[in-house]
Design a protein around this ligand. Structure first.
Ligand SMILES: [Zn+2]
Ligand SMILES: [Zn+2]
Ligand SMILES: [Zn+2]
Length: 372
């Protein structure tokens, strides 16, 4: 796949117009043309906003309002470069006229490092598996891994291991929902027998009876506990900065989360494959079981398992779905895109911002510039 054709290609306004009429979403920055047709659904600011700009010069829009796009977002746009607009770049492709102020704003685009995505000059060889290579990036790894690209990642040389390291999004509900339902049902039955008491091992006097009416509360508590786990894992495990002299820790970071930041639209490694997921899930169960009676731990575990499935589905949707403007998921999508593109050290919540509030890691709101 070669996302960037040679820069010599040029298009007349009529050619661009024809593509727009056929439903493509092309935009331009000055005379530089970009085909965003494949990207509109993924646009964090919403599909509508971008479609409404089809054919237009978006240089000023990139600076906002409503959103000042990050350097990574600008680099991202370069991957969709298709060529130059022939003739007077001041003239608008569609009927509207373009003000001369736009030429001023295009200046950052003339910076050579932002101009083209040159796959041959990247720090790694994309023709070869990446995992072993990233281990050698050392100090350059952190910056490299946080510059996202649209291409898929090949991690391993072996086809078998490569296949095992991937999973489709629907494997998550298919595998874990039946277990969640079974665990819920069996522990509900145990609670319904009326013999379960909390704190029994500490004192018989103050132990608390756990009837089946406690089931919904325990289940929701389990879901809430998962949302905390989701936050802590993302913040402290996935975003642990590997020491630059340790090849293996860099490789581990890349497998766990770095690959997702490098290739946020590689859907093959967006949700957890069953094997690593079952290790985490077993760990969660063992901790609960050590602290609580079996039926109580089991009910909370079932809630946590549902929380996990919802989390992985939401994460997938935030990357590939196109939620309605103003909806909860629209808000979370913008939040998560900012985590990916600009604020990698904040905004860790995927399904909820609750713990970002609690631990003060919310992404700062953008100062809203007045619309003219
Ligand atoms: Zn945008
Ligand atoms: Zn993500
Ligand atoms: Zn992250």
């Amino acid at each position: 796949m070669a996302p960037a054709p040679p820069p010599a290609v040029s298009f007349s306004p009529a050619e661009v117009q024809r593509r727009l009429a056929a439903g493509a979403c092309w935009v331009r920055c000055g005379a530089r043309l970009y085909d965003l047709t494949g990207f509109v659904r993924h646009h964090p600011g919403g599909e509508q906003l971008l479609r409404a700009r089809a054919g237009e010069d978006v240089s000023a829009d990139l600076d906002g309002p409503p959103h000042r796009h990050s350097a990574n977002a600008r680099r991202w746009l370069e991957q969709y470069y298709v060529g130059e607009l022939q003739g007077d770049p001041q003239g608008s492709v569609e009927n509207g006229t373009v003000t001369s102020a736009n030429t001023q704003k295009t200046d950052p685009w003339m910076e050579p490092k932002l101009k083209m995505v040159d796959w041959d000059k990247d720090l790694v060889d994309w023709q070869k598996p990446l995992l072993w290579q990233v281990g050698h990036l050392g100090e350059k790894y952190d910056e490299w891994v946080h510059q996202p690209v649209i291409r898929p990642i090949r991690l391993f040389h072996s086809d078998l291991i490569e296949a095992l390291s991937k999973s489709v999004w629907y494997s998550v509900p298919i595998i874990w929902m039946p277990l969640m339902l079974y665990v819920s049902w069996s522990h509900y039955r145990t609670l319904a027998q009326g013999n379960v008491r909390l704190f029994e091992s500490f004192s018989t006097e103050y132990s608390v009876a756990m009837p089946e009416s406690a089931f919904p509360g325990l289940f929701v508590l389990g879901m809430l506990l998962w949302s905390l786990m989701e936050y802590l894992i993302h913040r402290f495990l996935f975003h642990m900065k590997p020491p630059s002299d340790s090849h293996y820790l860099i490789m581990l970071h890349f497998v766990l989360h770095g690959q997702h930041h490098k290739a946020p639209f590689d859907e093959s490694r967006l949700v957890f494959p069953p094997v690593p997921a079952s290790l985490g899930i077993a760990f969660f169960y063992i901790i609960l079981r050590l602290l609580l009676p079996e039926a109580v731990a089991g009910t909370m575990f079932a809630g946590g398992l549902l929380g996990y499935v919802i989390y992985d589905m939401i994460h997938y949707y935030l990357h590939f779905g196109s939620p309605h403007k103003g909806s909860y998921l629209y808000n979370m999508k913008a939040h998560h895109a900012k985590h990916h593109f600009a604020h990698q050290q904040s905004g860790y919540g995927i399904s909820t911002k609750l713990w970002d509030h609690f631990f003060h890691t919310l992404i700062p709101e953008e100062p809203h510039l007045k619309m003219q």
